[in-house]
Design a protein around this ligand. Structure first.
Ligand code: E4P
Length: 224
């Protein structure tokens, strides 16, 4: 199972990557907006230096045209590093770009997936990851669990190399449901993971253990 940080915030990535079992970082232009006017390639080289060579880094192209997407993907590989996964929105132009990039041996993440049809096309094109947008799909009354199950079923049935990296989460229940439905990976904001571990019940349980110990032993530490 892969858990990725959906953020471009250097401080969060640096502080939280040693704590959480993350296997990569994803971003999109809206996520980058939160970081202000960054030096684009330098920013991603910094992310790479924080996460190291073994975690995956997924960076989205901007162009809406096939050739523009292919050119931008090449630029990402040249200017960040050769292991970047260009993230390509699955439009018709994007599908064409993905097929060209896959024929060149480039690793590709298909993004902006809202439907089974987009998913099937991504899988049939041999993409490495496909990113169904969980919350956005739910918001327009698409059955996200059924969609992910169907895509996972196709991957299994055709022994395809693609992995489902569910994205666009607004609460932790959506994350669990995506994984239970067959997603191989989930990408979410570090804040959502942190929220999950700071739930009042967890804090209360830990505090009560300490209170009980202190009541008898007068300390909150184990004996030396
Ligand atoms: C993933 O990489 C997606 O771009 C992202 O999760 C979309 O999230 P949003 O729906 O919160 O914008």
């Amino acid at each position: 199972m892969d858990i990725l940080f959906d953020t471009a915030n250097l401080d969060d990535i640096e502080r939280l990557t040693p704590i959480y079992p993350v296997t990569g970082v994803t971003t999109n232009p809206s996520i980058l907006k939160a970081e202000g006017k960054i030096d684009f390639y330098a920013h991603f080289r910094q992310i790479r230096s924080i996460i190291g060579p073994n975690r995956t880094l997924h960076v989205q192209v901007l162009s809406k045209e096939t050739q523009g997407m292919v050119d931008e993907a090449h630029r990402l590989l040249d200017k960040i590093d050769a292991n970047v996964y260009p993230k390509i929105p699955l439009t018709e132009a994007g599908l064409h770009a993905m097929r060209i990039l896959k024929s060149e041996g480039v690793k590709v993440t298909a993004t902006a997936i809202y439907s089974k049809t987009q998913g099937f096309l991504a899988i049939a094109s041999g993409v490495d990851y496909l990113a169904p947008y969980y919350n956005r799909m739910q918001s327009i009354d698409i059955n996200t669990r059924e969609t992910i199950e169907a895509l996972a079923g196709f991957i299994k049935r055709f022994d395809a190399p693609s992995k489902i990296m569910a994205a666009s989460f607004k609460n932790i229940a959506q994350v669990s449901h995506a994984l239970q439905s067959g997603a191989d990976a989930v990408t979410l904001s570090p804040q959502l993971l942190q929220q999950a571990l700071s739930a009042p019940d967890i804090i209360t349980a830990v505090d009560r253990f300490l209170d009980d110990w202190e009541e008898i032993h007068g300390t909150t530490e184990l004996p030396f």
